[in-house]
Design a protein around this ligand. Structure first.
Ligand code: FES
Length: 125
């Protein structure tokens, strides 16, 4: 006689989807470096703001009208970011503190491909 194994699946176990947490690295104007938890699906500005870096004002809330979310991206990582739009480029052009790797952090959607992205908050200007 052959006995077959029986597997019972629990049908009451809730299925939970958890977004992967990863991080970005932020250097603030005083030179301090912090690692902030980041959830894919938000902007880099939101990661920084929600991480308590209050020197990143982000006054327009991400509407691409204030440029107070200006960051300088690590040059080694700049090419991995989504391309800059004409609107973002124009707003950055109005800043005296623009660098070759300046970006508006509200215009960078965060996802897993940007894990350990390193940005520096730009000087006031
Ligand atoms: S938060 Fe205003 S342009 Fe980014």
């Amino acid at each position: 006689m052959t006995t077959l194994a029986t597997t019972t699946l629990a049908t009451t176990t809730p299925v939970t989807t958890t977004l992967a947490m990863t991080s970005i690295i932020v250097t603030t104007r005083d030179g301090a470096t912090r690692t902030l938890s980041a959830t894919p699906g938000v902007s880099v500005m939101e990661v920084i703001r929600d991480g308590g870096v209050d020197e990143l004002l982000a006054l327009c809330g991400g509407c691409l009208s204030c440029a107070t979310c200006h960051v300088v991206v690590d040059p080694a990582q700049a090419a991995s970011l989504p391309p800059i739009t004409d609107e973002e480029d124009a707003l950055l052009d109005g800043l005296d503190t623009r660098t070759p790797t300046s970006r508006l952090s509200c215009q960078i959607p965060f996802d897993e491909t940007l894990a350990n992205l390193h940005v520096t908050t730009a000087p006031d200007g």
